[in-house]
Design a protein around this ligand. Sequence first.
Ligand code: KMT
Ligand code: NI
Length: 176
Amino acid sequence: MRAFYFDNLQGDQRLLHDSGRSVSDEVLKSIGVLHWHIPTDQQSQIDAVAEERNYKNRDVITITKEGLGDLYETKLKGFYEEHMHEDEEIRYILEGSGFFDVRDHPTDSWIRVHLEAGDLLVLPAGIYHRFTLDEKNVIKAMRLFKDEPKWIPYNRDGATDANPYRIDYMKTLTVN
Ligand code: KMT
Ligand code: NI
């Protein structure tokens, strides 16, 4: 895992877009973003985190042209639309790599988080984020969730700013 501010330059979303300003774990934590590294040959540790945090369900998604078939282009486009969810988004990377971009607070700048095999990322409910593959074009990830999977992405607009989960999330942020 490596995190840095996005450079905001036009161009292929799969490129690094590293502004050269790195982002610390403390900053990530301050916006509710958590991560662990659990080598993929030690998956019993995933079970422990899942039990402790009450993640009762899981599935595995492979994001490649072959894995997603006809849905590939549509899915990729959707993942990269800025959105929020009403539940945590939990991803454990099994193979490949990719970028999760999350909005910083209070500047609303994009922080780009590069994930590779063994990285476990938890995004809090209500945070604005997006996902893209990197230049390797392949990621296989375990998606974990609490009781009821709520996959609905709410694309950012005036309505999501007023979403109760978004409002609750904003209340967890301290103004620096
Ligand atoms: C999501 O919700 O954005 C995804 O599942 C994307 C990829 S999981 C590595
Ligand atoms: Ni999402």
